[in-house]
Design a protein around this ligand. Sequence first.
Ligand code: ATP
Ligand code: MG
Length: 372
Amino acid sequence: MLLENNQSVRILLVEDDEDDYVIFRDILSRVTGCRVFLEWAPGYGQALEKVKQTRYDVYFVDYRLGDHNGLDLLKALQLQDLYIPIIILTGHGDYEIDIQAMKEGAADFLEKEFLNSSLLDRSIRYTMERSKAMKELSESRQQLRLLSTRLLEAQENERKVVAQELHDSIGSSLGAIKYTLEQKAVEMDNEAQEDGGILLDRAISMVRSTMEEVRRISTNLRPPLLDNLGILTTIRAHCREFQEVYPDIRINSQLDVQEEDVPEGLKIVIFRILQEALNNAAKYSKAKDVHVSLEKTEAGFEFYLEDDGSGFDPEDLSLRPIEKHGMGISGMRERVELSNGFFKIISKKGNGTIIRAFWPICSQVFIPNDSL
Ligand SMILES: Nc1ncnc2c1ncn2[C@@H]1O[C@H](COP(=O)(O)OP(=O)(O)OP(=O)(O)O)[C@@H](O)[C@H]1O
Ligand SMILES: [Mg+2]
């Protein structure tokens, strides 16, 4: 065996036939090159009990286990850990089970009647290597997740600062300029008004619209309502503003949730999704109606946005050249998944677009019936 010299490998055999256990133990004793520690669980329940106490390096699981089968055990164990190195054993060469085991994530599939020490040696070696690679993959995924979370946090903080600066510095300077110009207009006598009044009025109206633009940019960067009055008021205000800018799109919102029920950390996530989904609807969909809802059920929170516009084929997005990849949809997904939610976009050419984000209430992973 090519494992590091004298490396110990903890093995759990789940096998309901004691004779088969004895045979397996004998074959395993002929595997050399590493120290093998074998434990035996004669059934499904005993295996689950053992796994609660100890993690094993490799699991050999008989496919037939009384009321259960090896794949049931594989699924039960996978709920507890990201990757469980399981080798399924079967008495009958069954190609269907082999394929199913592979799909469910088994490391290998061996027929008991052909077991020998070199086959076991090879299978353990490959499984250990795969296990190591999976562990490294999971660690780097975790690091990436952490990095993405930090990046989004930094981006939100930065936006908050820029929004505040725009409001406090440019916004208030513009306010002062407008006030001065208005005062000047009042002070000017009628004669002078005729000369310079029109110019002054034009300047005042330009400053007014620049102030409005600064307010809009600052609100989009970080809506002050979100921190002061909460997500529900922010959603309503954002929809109202959207309606003013796009009078051809009818927007209606249904918010069946209390402000205090929405977790603090989710509020900015929900707002960013609303913002991007509405932007996309306005830019691409030519929709007449947009429906937005936020709902709390026993299982969790759901944000839902549907437009009745042109729709698109989400599969086509991955075919676009990289420079034409937008950040909107992937950003929404990223934010939802990093906040432990599930994201789904349902769209079809000619059939409108639906955006759904779901956050389960309990910390356990919960996948709703329609596999959101
Ligand atoms: N509601 C929608 N209706 C029709 N097409 C849509 C809709 N939302 C997205 N799309 C399509 O999906 C593409 C990708 O959207 P995404 O938001 O990821 O990127 P983008 O809007 O092109 O760029 P960015 O969001 O980075 O400014 C869009 O270019 C558009 O073709
Ligand atoms: Mg977009």
